[in-house]
Design a protein around this ligand. Structure first.
Ligand SMILES: [Zn+2]
Length: 329
């Protein structure tokens, strides 16, 4: 076979290979450009702009999430409480911290091995930016129903403390107390129980720190041992300049109802109590003690006197405030 006779078929074969490859690539590109089925978009938490305040960075510091007891977990940042109560039929989240806490709470829930999108109810303590700032982002992400007292529902609807709140700014916006508004919070009555699957959590109205303050109670079990869990709303007398708990400036006294709230709180069945700011229930000390536990030691988080102790401190704080307002101190 001469060189020329050999070259012609080889060139033809090479040309055919190139054409086939080009056609195949074209078909592949065509297939890639036209996906056969749309891929469903995964929901993503879209945070609201961060809140700016003197304590915000410290409050929103990182914190390792941990089990409090049974199916109850702490998922909040360093200085703001957020609890997750879990069940195979969905979870309940209690409080959401600041706007910038929402992403951290989401990450903490996932770090524990749960899905944030399995949260079916978000419960609220009171309508201040440091406890409900993350409601809007977390509710939008999870599609969970948001629940609180009717007064907290009103605060969330306007994205600010209601005008009868001791911390309502004397002159309306703009103010540091504002947070993302959220319409459609389900208002619950005092003593009402809310449910998700086997979970049931009861609301206790404790007006004083805010008109809509709500403490939540439920039981968590490990084996046959069930404990009374309490998420204690704030009972402190923080107020805007000029506000008087004893009344005045066209407002009635709220001292008696505040005292009644504190007494009611102190009488709750209480084995493990967490306050809205974890420092108020010495959470870091308890964690340190728990880390150093020896076999047979009692869990420092189990303290049946915790609610009574917080009630006593809160009552002292209220009576001191009353004396100051009455000019006796
Ligand atoms: Zn507050």
């Amino acid at each position: 076979m001469s060189r020329r006779r050999f070259a012609a078929p080889v060139l033809l074969a090479l040309a055919l290979t190139a054409v086939t490859a080009a056609l195949f690539d074209g078909a592949r590109l065509h297939a890639q450009a036209r996906p056969t089925a749309p891929v469903p978009a995964q929901p993503v938490l879209v945070p609201d702009p961060p809140h700016v305040c003197g304590s915000c960075a410290e409050w929103n510091g990182p914190r390792q999430p941990f089990k409090l007891y049974g199916n109850t977990y702490f998922v909040g940042p360093a200085g703001l409480s957020s609890l997750l109560i879990t069940s195979p039929q969905g979870h309940i989240l209690v409080d959401t911290g600041l706007e910038q806490s929402a992403a951290l709470i989401d990450a903490n829930i996932r770090a524990l091995g749960f899905k944030t999108t399995d949260v079916k109810l978000i419960l609220t303590s009171h309508g201040h930016f440091d406890h409900v700032g993350g409601v809007h982002a977390l509710a939008r992400y999870t599609k969970a129903e948001v629940v609180g007292s009717p007064q907290t529902a009103r605060a969330l609807a306007i994205g600010a403390p209601t005008p009868d709140d001791p911390q309502a700014p004397p002159t309306p916006p703009p103010g540091v107390d504002y947070f993302p508004a959220f319409e459609g919070v389900r208002g619950v009555k005092d003593g009402e129980t809310v449910r998700v699957g086997p979970l049931s959590v009861t609301a206790h109205h404790v007006p004083g720190h805010t008109p809509g303050a709500t403490t939540w109670t439920w039981q968590s079990c490990e084996g046959s041992r069930c404990l009374n869990m309490v998420y204690a709303d704030s009972l402190s007398t923080v107020a805007s300049d000029g506000f008087r708990f004893t009344g005045g400036n066209g407002r009635p006294s709220i001292v008696e109802s505040f005292r009644a709230s504190i007494t009611k709180f102190g009488a709750l069945p209480c084995d493990i109590m967490v306050s809205t700011h974890p420092q108020a229930s010495n959470m870091d000390e308890k964690l340190k003690k728990r880390a150093a536990l020896k076999p047979g030691d009692a869990d420092p988080f189990i303290d049946p006197g915790a609610c009574k102790a917080l009630a006593a401190t809160s009552m002292k704080g209220l009576e001191e405030r009353v004396k100051v307002e009455q000019g006796k101190k």
